[in-house]
Design a protein around this ligand. Structure first.
Ligand code: FPP
Length: 254
């Protein structure tokens, strides 16, 4: 493995479904909250490792639209952990050039959470190394419906003809406007599904499912996922011959 400080990143955009906090805690006879607390520590370590690996975009599924249906005490705990995370990581994000961004339908978030997120987005807006996107109160279908509504409004207002609506227009109407599509999706905890995460954006992503629960995931497991990604040949619907052109020798995870 190369240890050079000057290496090319393995990929641009990593997306992660952080799963298994509850089971991690239950396995240890602990309350579910302990799993979420440990999960936040994993988030911090993974963000650090992404900066080290020069990954430009990291998108984390932190709270789904469906998670609102969990017991209120667990929802409250997750929101408190988010607020603590924003406060405790503020300086670190600024020092490391991490720019925070949020996606999802935030109309259900409390005013306190919304303003803390807005503040963090503003304060970190000049971060140049990593865009950390938190998907909060997020569902892929909901995002697509909201995007379709925005476009329908433009059509209804006569600003755009229906036949002129393009995939690029649609992408600009999504919450992720401006972000490249993820190259790799990791899901922890052994579940083999994408659970309404980034349904449009994951069209050509590589998937990596790993058995460990999120609180046990860390830099070592992340590097294993990146090594696996390096072995993949992405074809984007083309032939192997076409996509072989321009591919260099395989990258090493540093
Ligand atoms: C899945 O575990 C995890 C979540 C629903 C929330 C993820 C949240 C965190 C890691 C902490 C807060 C995040 C940030 C960015 C500060 P689960 O509870 O569904 O686990 P289970 O499937 O084993 O029950």
């Amino acid at each position: 493995m190369s240890k050079s400080a000057d290496f090319s990143p393995i990929l641009d955009h990593l997306a992660i479904i952080m799963d298994g906090n509850g089971r991690w805690a239950e396995q240890r006879g602990l309350p579910r909250v302990a799993g979420h607390q440990q999960g936040v520590r994993t988030v911090i370590d993974v963000v650090d490792e992404c900066v080290r690996q020069k990954i430009s975009y990291l998108t984390l599924f932190a709270f789904s639209s469906e998670n609102w249906g969990r017991p209120q005490s667990e929802v409250d705990t997750l929101m408190s952990l988010l607020l603590e995370f924003l406060a405790s990581q503020r300086q670190r994000m600024l020092d490391d050039g991490v720019r925070l961004r949020v996606i999802g339908d935030h109309s259900r978030l409390s005013k306190e959470v919304r303003s803390a997120l807005q503040r963090a987005e503003l304060e970190t807006a000049n971060g140049k190394h990593l865009v950390l996107t938190l998907a909060l109160s997020y569902g892929g279908r909901d995002e697509i419906v909201r995007a379709a509504r925005k476009i329908a409004q433009k059509v209804a207002a006569g600003e755009v003809a229906p036949e002129a609506v393009s995939a690029a227009d649609f992408e600009m109407a999504l919450d992720t406007a401006g972000l490249p599509d993820p190259d790799l999706l990791i899901r922890t905890s052994g579940e083999l599904r994408i659970s309404n995460f980034l349904l449009w954006q994951l069209a050509y992503a590589e998937f990596y499912f790993v058995d460990v629960y999120w609180p046990d995931f860390g830099p070592v497991e992340l590097r294993q996922a990146l090594e696996s990604y390096c072995q993949r040949r992405r074809r984007f619907g083309l032939t192997a011959e076409q996509t072989a052109e321009g591919e260099g020798l395989s990258n090493n995870v540093s």
